[in-house]
Design a protein around this ligand. Structure first.
Ligand code: ZN
Length: 454
């Protein structure tokens, strides 16, 4: 078995890996880098030129794991795509959304042919789906009667439908974590690890360099959110929460309403809109199908107003309200970007950030600013004084680094490949694993550098 990173090795973004066993080629995830453009945002498909590409397994529907899939299909139209039923349903929404954005972004870029809505429809129709733990065979057309690769998805607890992948061939077992969360969120429960021995773990390292003190349990952070929101409402202000449309929006919506039900928050109007709301429907439909903390929560039954029905931004400040708007990192030309600019002018109100902010995004500049300072959300915008409060929270959908270590402890592989983390994160994880398991082989993944697993 051979493992070749095509993207997302020493970085968070464009997650894409290739495994070859018995002349069968399997692509694991096929993401686009959210903050790069053109060909730089894509996985290195050129490295597949002389290799078989038979199947693509998609762990979840986040952009950095899914959005390059239509480009893989352009290059290898015969590829068999397999994912969970929930990821398939979410991919239909998110890929159509991405198609519109890509058309605008790449109108003048000769290196990329943006995909059409029709291509997405065909792609989604061709996607096979398998429930968690269901085993299936993958045999490429060149495997010539040899034993096929056995594969299965396992609940990764990250977003709806997210999975880790177990691959088995010729006595060797590889566990690819994908984005994985051991702890429960408001809606989703923590991941389920597979039974039995594993030889190689390919481990995501998102929080490898993050001190876990800064990542408190969900419930603790929810209590703090209620306290801070009550202070804002007490001075007649309103709260803006920038969220990712997939995952964070649904979890934060459920968190806000859970706090209201408990009486920890007053029942102020809650505003949502767009893709995030459509995604809520997929969460609702699957609440009895996959493990969730509370299947009685039906997101679209919770009373919400539509952001797009608000005529003038001033209307948000007539009386206290909560607005959940995408994007989570306050990227330019999104709803949360426009609302952030307006919120910054508003004394008494507050912006609550709830997740990680990439240093190259307006969200990062926002999270570093405080009332009384001045802020440039982008290099091209003039400075703006900060009149509202900016309060950072951390509601994480990824495992803390000690939890990642506990995955290695439990599966006890002979080899670990570290992926999906920046350099300090990978470095911390590598050192910590070797301190606990000196005999383990630990690899740092590098794009284009093949690792022989068996
Ligand atoms: Zn993810």
């Amino acid at each position: 078995m051979k493992f070749l990173p095509l993207g997302g090795a020493g970085d968070i973004g464009a997650s894409c890996y290739y495994v070859e066993a018995a002349s069968t080629g399997i692509v694991l995830d096929c993401g686009m880098h959210p903050r790069k453009t053109g060909i730089d945002a894509m996985p290195r498909f050129d490295l597949l030129a002389e290799r078989p590409v038979d199947a693509a397994l998609v762990t979840h529907a986040h952009q950095d794991h899914l959005d390059a899939l239509p480009f893989l299909v352009q290059a290898a139209p015969h590829v068999r795509i397999v994912t969970t039923p929930q990821t398939r349903a979410l991919a239909e929404l998110t890929l159509h959304n991405a198609a519109g954005i890509l058309r605008e972004q790449y109108a003048d870029d000769p290196t990329i042919t943006p995909y059409s809505h029709q291509e997405i429809d065909l792609l989604v129709q061709s996607m096979e789906w398998r429930a968690y733990t269901e085993r299936f065979d993958i045999a490429g057309y060149r495997h010539q009667g040899r034993e096929p690769v056995k594969a299965s998805f396992h609940d990764a607890g990250h977003i709806l439908g997210s999975s880790s992948v177990l691959l088995q061939h010729d006595g060797h077992t590889v566990f690819f974590t994908g984005d994985i969360n051991l702890s429960s969120q408001q809606l989703l429960v923590g991941c389920t690890l597979p039974e039995g021995p594993v030889d190689t773990v390919v481990l995501e390292c998102t929080h490898g360099a993050t001190n876990s003190v800064t990542l408190p349990p969900w419930g603790v952070e929810a209590k703090r959110l209620a306290k801070e929101a009550n202070a804002v409402f007490g001075r007649a202000g309103s709260v803006l929460i920038p969220v990712f449309a997939l995952g964070k929006m649904q979890e934060m919506l459920a968190t806000v309403f859970a706090l209201m039900r408990k009486g920890s928050l007053p029942e102020v109007p809650v505003y949502t809109a767009g893709l995030g709301k459509k995604i809520c429907m997929v969460y609702d439909k699957n609440r009895f199908v996959v493990p969730v903390a509370n299947p009685d929560i039906e997101l679209l039954e919770l009373p919400q107003r539509n952001i797009f029905d608000v005529q003038r931004p001033e209307d948000y400040f007539r009386s206290p309200c909560i607005v959940l708007a995408a994007s989570g990192m306050v990227v330019e030309r999104t709803t949360s970007f426009g609302l952030t600019r307006r919120w910054l002018q508003q004394k008494g109100s507050a912006i609550f950030t709830v997740g990680y902010m990439d240093p190259n995004t307006p969200g990062y500049r926002l999270v570093s600013a405080r009332r009384g300072m001045s802020i440039c959300l982008t290099d091209t915008l003039p400075p703006q004084s900060v009149e509202c409060d900016i309060i950072p929270f951390r509601f994480s959908a990824h495992s803390r680094r000690e939890e990642l270590l506990s995955i290695v402890d439990r599966l006890s592989p002979s080899r670990v490949v570290l992926v999906h983390g920046d350099e300090p994160a990978i470095h911390w994880m590598g050192r910590a694993i070797l301190e606990r398991h000196p005999a383990m082989k630990v690899h740092t993944a590098e794009v284009g550098k093949e690792i022989h697993l068996s």
